[in-house]
Design a protein around this ligand. Structure first.
Ligand SMILES: [Zn+2]
Length: 250
């Protein structure tokens, strides 16, 4: 048995009994982990142990157990700026569900943990488009699990794209754009408009500060959601979409 002290973001909180809950937490130290939390009652107000709350945690860890035992929990940030805005809430829940569905249990990803915290902090205070933060997080998560996407050059012949010309094709199999000359050889292509490609280029490699300022048209929103979720469904076993994505309005 070992005592683990770490920061974590709650991904899911499920009632176990009248006075206990099972928390699924993305921790800095050990990645995604399940914790038995005794004495946390869901009262009338918001519990600090709700999804996307950022906590300091202490738990006792035994490798033979699937669920570890939480001994201390302290709120770092409940992100009230997110909880007061429905669009921000949808993006934050989608970010949590994406992490829950794609990251293996006890597979440590400290860089992704930092990106998760940075994303929630930015979402908390943004006055821009909340959905963009979900996309940016999704693109970074895809990089972290080993499939970096490329929106700058053809994934078949390597030719660099110019932004002239209206139609782009993205390949789920190759994780990037395919040029006109190579399209016949490629399978599972989806079409993207230039606007979506520019936004994806920016969110895939740009800083978080300006991520919310870009205001996509509603066809671009549909295309980018379709691309990210389609890519994950194609590559991550058992993914099959996100429940929270059904909440997105177009
Ligand atoms: Zn090509």
């Amino acid at each position: 048995m070992e005592t683990v002290k770490t920061e974590g973001v709650i991904l899911r909180s499920m009632k176990h009994s009248e006075s206990s809950r099972i928390l699924t937490v993305f921790t800095e130290a050990q990645g995604k982990i399940s914790l038995m939390a005794k004495g946390i009652r869901k009262g009338k107000g918001r519990s600090p142990a709700d999804p996307f709350s950022y906590m300091n945690l202490v738990y006792s860890y035994k490798s033979s157990r699937d669920i570890q035992v939480l001994t201390q929990i302290e709120l770092v940030d409940a992100f009230m700026g997110i909880r007061e805005n429905m669009d921000k809430m949808r993006s934050a829940f989608a970010v949590c569900e994406l992490t829950l569905r794609t990251i293996e249990t006890q597979d440590s990803h400290p860089a992704l943990f930092a990106i998760l915290v940075e994303t929630l902090q930015a979402l908390n205070k943004t006055t821009g488009s909340p959905h963009n933060y979900f996309w940016r997080y999704g693109l970074r998560l895809i990089q972290e699990i080993g499939f970096g996407l490329d929106f700058n050059s053809c994934q078949s012949c390597g030719k660099e794209f110019t932004m002239e010309g209206g139609s782009f094709r993205f390949s789920f199999a190759n994780g990037g754009l395919i040029c006109g000359n190579c399209q016949d050889k490629s399978e599972s292509l989806v079409s993207l408009r230039g606007e979506s490609v520019r936004l994806l280029q920016y969110l895939n490699s740009g800083g978080i500060e300006r991520a919310g300022r870009l205001k996509p048209s509603s066809p671009a929103v549909k295309e980018i959601d379709g691309l990210l979720l389609g890519f994950l469904n194609y590559h991550v076993e058992g993914m099959k979409g996100l429940k929270t994505a059904e909440l997105f309005k177009y």
